[in-house]
Ligand binder design. Structure first.
Ligand code: UD1
Length: 420
């Protein structure tokens, strides 16, 4: 197992290129199963999650080639069964459900199970597929989907008690591209990654309107063809670097970003008083010793993303003021707080609201990463801590951040990856 040793206190300065989006790449790679033709996807980040999705496509029968960010998939003949051994390691593998059912009208996909940030049900995915006419049974941990006469478009509402579902919307949208008639998804997720998937599907010949809003209309077509696509920049990786640049150093510039996807993040940073400059595809930020605290609540897009909540906990530790963070999407997603407290952070957690009194000395310590974004937050805390922070279980970070340690080192951070 590998860990990251972060030596705190080094000033950050310079430019960093943001990678392609993990959360766009995963469903877009899965969508290549909808056609027999060749698809070429560019700017796919080199991560263990995307490698895993490439492996799943291969195991389902597709021919896949991958070279420096470009993945070429030809899914001429595919299998309809994705067993537990294949999907269990990555929760997002549930996004093969939509394309397999869309193309084959039946499939068996094992339930991926919960994870540390919550129980993560798939009831809304199944509700959407049922609204398309599928008969679904869940037995022995497997979801079996059957639509003998094919799918029929119809209206549905996918809003859940914690808001809309991103991968649920992706799955139903993918299945509906090849259904007969028109599907209307109310309560759809409006995240940029859903819109990116829709843009790829449209290039494949799908008829989709409204992606990027809470109402998506899909008019089914007979078949889809091959297409080329470049995935959007990763707004969560970008947000993580913005936190780093606000926490320590002389200012950094993020390149290859889409600032319009990051408004909820940059708005909070601006309100705190961090100097920010937003260009066409770049954002610069620098620390401000007089920055004020913030009060934020995670919400569905265009609200503040739950995937940035942990990193803002770390940022709050660097601000000499009180900040509050309320988590509404995954109310149990606070595993990083106990670890930050071990570093001396002053955080009080009451149900799903964390109150952070920042600006106090925090000290390096061995810490345990529990999930992807929590791990990134611990690295951020390590950047401002006194002495050495050992972030264990580095594989969480490698799931979702392309070369995070190299990129931070390029900005001047002092860190090293070591094998235990
Ligand atoms: C995606 C993102 C993840 C992000 C999350 C919320 C990918 C690969 N992952 O995950 O990084 O944190 O969106 O922005 O894109 N829910 C139900 N029933 C369902 C599905 C979801 O109740 O059938 C609930 C979840 O428990 C959660 C909320 O809806 O409370 C949002 O989850 P969802 O948007 O589905 O998350 P993912 O798509 O799995």
């Amino acid at each position: 197992m590998e860990k990251l040793i972060v030596h705190g206190g080094a000033a950050l300065k310079g430019r960093v290129n943001i990678s392609g989006s993990k959360n766009s790449s995963l469903p877009i790679l899965a969508a290549t199963l909808l056609t027999k033709d060749t698809c070429t996807i560019r700017r796919v980040p080199d991560l263990s999650d995307t490698n895993y999705m490439v492996r799943i496509l291969g195991e389902l029968g597709a021919e896949v080639e991958r070279a420096s960010g470009v993945v070429v998939v030809k899914a001429e003949k595919i299998k309809s069964v994705a067993p537990y051994d294949l999907v269990r390691k990555m929760r997002a593998s549930i996004c093969v459900l939509g394309p397999l059912t869309g193309r084959l009208k039946k499939c068996v996909v094992s339930l991926p199970g919960g994870c540390v940030i919550g129980d993560r049900p798939v009831d809304l995915h199944l509700k959407g597929l049922e609204a398309l006419g599928a008969v679904i049974t869940v037995d022995g941990g497997d979801i079996s989907v059957n639509a003998k006469k094919g799918f029929k478009g119809g209206p549905m509402n996918l809003m859940g008690k914690h808001g809309s579902t991103v991968l649920g919307t992706d799955n139903v949208m993918m299945a509906a591209t090849l259904a007969k008639g028109t599907t209307i998804i109310e309560g759809a997720a409006a995240e940029p990654e859903v819109e990116d998937l829709a843009n790829f599907l449209i290039k494949m010949g799908a008829k989709i309107e409204g992606a990027g809003t809470n109402r998506i209309t899909i008019e089914g077509v007979k078949e889809l063809h091959g297409a080329e696509h470049t995935v959007i920049p990763d707004r969560i990786e970008a947000g993580t670097f913005l936190c780093a640049g606000a926490m320590i150093g002389e200012g950094i510039t993020l390149k290859r970003v889409m600032p319009e996807h990051m408004k909820s993040i940059t708005d909070v940073l601006k309100k705190c008083g961090f100097p920010i400059e937003i260009g066409k595809d770049s954002i610069s930020i620098a620390p401000n010793p007089l920055a004020k605290g913030f009060d934020l609540t995670t919400l569905c897009y265009p609200g503040f993303p739950t995937d940035m909540q942990a990193q803002f906990c770390a940022l709050a530790c660097a601000i000499s003021d009180v900040s509050t963070i309320t988590e509404t999407i995954f109310p149990q997603r606070f595993m990083h707080i106990a670890e930050m407290k071990r570093m001396g952070a002053n955080i009080d957690l009451q149900s799903a609201t964390a109150r952070i009194r920042g600006g106090q000395r925090i000290k390096g310590a061995p810490v345990m990463a529990s999930d992807l974004r929590a791990s990134a937050a611990l690295v951020l805390a390590g950047l401002i801590a006194e002495g050495r922070t050992d972030v264990n279980r580095l594989y969480h970070i490698d799931r979702g951040y392309e070369h995070l340690d190299d990129k931070l080192a390029g900005l001047g951070a002092q860190l090293e990856r070591v094998k235990e």
